[in-house]
Design a protein around this ligand. Structure first.
Ligand code: PMP
Length: 353
């Protein structure tokens, strides 16, 4: 027997590049271009060695209570983790255990099939329609659970609440996860549906709208029963997932709601301006409601745009995958960064004839 016959094999997720050099305009992983709230940076500077020496609160009580208050829920309805990737991985492990295929869109967050592979969960990808919209009828077939982001990634398309509810109404026998990583950039959250559907799990993150990607904070909201099941799996895995610094800074970030709303409004404003500019440059794209735009040029292929931008120190994201190879995904940066992007695009397009 060969030891290699006896191991768990995984095909890992490929995250966007984290360039090391200075002066790079990083528009490839949907980080927030603005710093976190001033109180967050202040608290970080005031931290002492206790936050290193001691274990964190395994129940993350303060952060859980803060989030519960903010979203009008009970603390027992909140689960926190090391970024929403951690929360989603735990949710896959906990809720998708029937042996029946889970369903998600064919064009979506490319971690879903990785977790399904890792946990040996069968899955079926439901093709989005020609305009990259979710087809609710696909989610009427028998399944072992459903997950989709709203707004979707990488398309940025926001589906209306009625569509989300239609899927929930048709699937009372499985858990439906709505990944709202990008909901704060003008989306309408499905949180109010928690009152009606005890099989709904809503997942959000501090990585985008709260400028804390480096801290790794994500959370899920759902019925108490759902959250208890999630916690049981998490506490069978690792009691101390979130570090003390992340827990404290997360609480501080939620406190400054005016700053949060103001930053998000700025990003939305920039996004809408860039949409107009991209149209002038012959790009086509769907109506993104996230902090990125998924755009294709009428003449120049996505791979070429990606490479030419990279040469000029501007990183965007490109996937060499069916249906989307012509697109690049551009994270919304500061006004200045976006002006540099537009300048570079004009230059590239001029040189492409
Ligand atoms: N869901 C979606 C749709 C995403 O695009 C991302 C970002 N890669 C995540 C979840 C995970 O983000 P994080 O782990 O930083 O919360």
């Amino acid at each position: 027997m060969n030891w290699e016959d006896n191991i768990r094999r995984a095909v890992p997720y490929t995250p966007g590049e984290q360039p090391q050099g200075k002066g790079i305009i990083k528009l490839n992983t949907n980080e927030n271009p603005y710093p976190p709230a001033p109180g967050v940076e202040k608290l970080l500077r005031e931290m002492d060695s206790d936050s290193l020496r001691l274990y964190p609160d395994p129940d993350a009580r303060e952060l859980t209570e803060t989030l519960a208050k903010y979203y009008g829920l009970r603390p027992a309805q909140i689960f926190v983790g090391v970024g929403s990737d951690d929360v989603l991985a735990m949710a896959f492990l906990t809720f998708f255990h029937s042996g029946r295929p889970i369903l998600f869109p064919d064009i979506t967050y490319s971690f879903y099939d990785v977790w399904a592979g890792l946990f040996q969960i069968p899955y079926r990808e439901c093709p989005l329609d020609g305009d990259f919209r979710l087809r609710t009828e696909d989610y009427l077939q028998e399944n072992g659970g459903i997950i989709f982001p709203n707004p979707n990634a990488p398309t940025g398309i926001l589906e209306p609440l009625e569509k989300v509810e239609e899927i929930l109404r048709a699937n009372p026998g499985v858990v439906v996860i709505v990944d709202e990583a990008y909901i704060d950039f003008g989306g309408v959250s499905c949180l109010p549906l928690l009152e009606k559907y005890d099989n709904l799990l809503v997942v959000q993150t501090f990585s985008k709208s709260r400028s804390l990607a480096g801290m790794r904070i994500g959370f899920a909201m759902g019925g108490e029963k759902l959250i208890t099941y999630l916690k049981n799996v998490k506490f069978s895995f690792n009691s101390y997932t979130m570090n003390r610094t992340a827990l404290a800074l997360g609480v501080e970030a939620v406190k400054d709601d005016a700053y949060f709303k103001n930053c998000n409004a700025r990003i939305v404003e920039t996004r809408e301006r860039i949409k107009k500019e991209l149209l002038k440059l012959d790009f086509t794209f769907m109506d993104s409601r996230a902090n990125f735009i998924f755009a294709a040029h009428k003449r120049v292929p996505g791979a070429r745009l990606f490479a030419e931008l990279k040469e000029r120190g501007i990183f965007v994201r490109h996937w060499e995958k069916p249906r989307i190879a012509d697109h690049i995904r551009i994270t919304i940066g500061t006004e200045e960064q976006m002006d540099r992007l537009l300048e570079a695009l004009r230059e590239i397009l001029a040189s492409c004839g």
